[in-house]
Design a protein around this ligand. Structure first.
Ligand SMILES: Cc1cc2nc3c(=O)[nH]c(=O)nc-3n(C[C@H](O)[C@H](O)[C@H](O)COP(=O)(O)O)c2cc1C
Length: 370
């Protein structure tokens, strides 16, 4: 298996990122005799490889250092290239992970999500938990270092090693969990009014194309039904989760938990509320914590239907990537979101080619081996 490491340094020479990569690449080569690992050292080289089609059907690790302001100009150039050329799908068939080495305690997650969204838009799939981030003082590795009985630097290196290993062994195909008659089972979560919601209307436009090909279950979590996560102690949360429960009962425990345990694909219907998913959807994500601790979500895929009144669909998409793919371990399939702008009720129907776009999104969801 081939692994391309896109090493984007801001400090030349012997940086921490360089040292970590040198050591982990040596270990991976020792463990995987068939691993063919090569380095791409800057944005220009990345673009040249992409133009030749060399970044398709491969495994990629974006490894970027950040300066004090959270910037990396090569990473910015790559992100710009991926959006500008997204129609050509320069990363089609590829799987990527991301390593961000920061200077301070800020910006690592933000840059990680931005790279993830750009790569995904360009056709790349991301396994669950695809990001290793190292803050300046490595404080973010404290819990892992305690768990692994080691120091924070060793925990950092081990996390990079595990990510490379995951990229090399990841199986892109969707193995159906409980789909009936070979149909994927799709769980749709929304909090919209079916008469007025643009985002729910867009989902229904997509769904009508696949109602025969998938086993679709829609659950509404509208106002008043859903209480946000209480933040129980880890042990208590785990205990509830192992019994497919949570401190609070209600729709989440009675309907959503059993449905998500059985689902192959999760679809979140997300209107943009104050440049965020709505409070109901966020409460749903937070309340997933208990069941996530006890069940493996790493073979499920996440898709999203996002509608903003004016702007900000990218922010909502990146919020979902952070919460559901990076934290909750679901796979991010290529081009995971349909993102539209429509404000007043019914405006979504007036968008040009909207039915075709919805149909394309739906067809794309049915591709079990993208
Ligand atoms: C509470 C609230 C906050 C909103 N905040 C934003 C916003 O920050 N940016 C934006 O572009 N649209 C915003 N909108 C508009 C919605 O995104 C827009 O109406 C869109 O069509 C999706 O909503 P729907 O699926 O509920 O119809 C907001 C709407 C509401 C009700």
């Amino acid at each position: 298996m081939k692994l391309l490491i896109v090493k984007l340094q801001v400090h030349s020479g012997s940086s921490r990122l360089n040292a970590v990569l040198t050591e982990t690449i040596d270990s991976i080569r020792a463990d995987h005799s068939d691993a063919d690992i090569s380095l791409i050292n800057d944005a220009q080289c990345f673009i040249t490889c992409a133009e030749k089609g060399d970044l398709r059907n491969t495994r990629l690790l974006f490894a970027a250092e950040l300066d004090e302001g959270g910037m990396n100009m090569d990473a910015c150039r790559i992100i710009a290239y991926l959006y500008a050329n997204s129609e050509k799908l320069p990363l089609k068939g590829s799987v990527c992970g991301i390593l961000i080495d920061g200077s301070g305690q800020l910006f690592t997650k933000d840059t990680g999500r931005r790279i993830a969204f750009a790569a995904n838009t360009a056709g790349c799939m991301l396994p669950g938990k695809p990001l290793v981030e190292a803050t300046g003082d490595l404080f973010n590795f404290t819990t892992l270092s305690e768990l692994w009985h080691t120091d924070t630097m060793s925990a950092y290196k081990k996390s990079v090693l595990l990510l490379m290993d995951k990229l090399l062994s990841f199986d892109k195909r969707l193995h159906l969990k409980s789909g009936i008659d070979g149909k994927p089972s799709i769980l749709v979560i929304h909090a919209g009014n079916s008469k007025t919601s643009n985002s729910l209307c867009l989902w229904h436009m997509a769904a009508e194309n696949i109602s025969e090909k998938a086993d679709i279950q829609e659950i509404s979590i509208r106002n008043g039904q859903l209480v946000d996560c209480r933040g129980c102690k880890y042990e208590d949360c785990l205990h509830f989760g192992e019994n497919a429960g949570c401190f609070y009962g209600g729709v989440i425990v009675e309907k959503v938990y059993p449905a998500i345990i059985d689902a192959d694909i999760l679809v979140l219907v997300c209107p943009n509320y104050n440049d965020s998913v709505s409070a109901n959807i966020m409460a749903f994500i937070n309340r997933l914590t208990a069941v996530f601790r006890a069940y493996d979500f790493s073979q499920k895929r996440i898709y999203a239907v996002i509608v903003s009144g004016y702007s900000g669909g990218d922010i909502v998409a990146q919020q979902i990537i952070g919460a559901i793919n990076m934290n909750k371990n679901l796979i991010l399939p290529p081009a995971f979101a349909i993102i539209e702008t429509a404000n007043k009720p019914g405006d979504i129907m007036k968008k040009e080619n909207i039915k075709e776009k919805a149909a394309k999104f739906a067809a794309h969801m049915m591709n079990l081996d993208p």
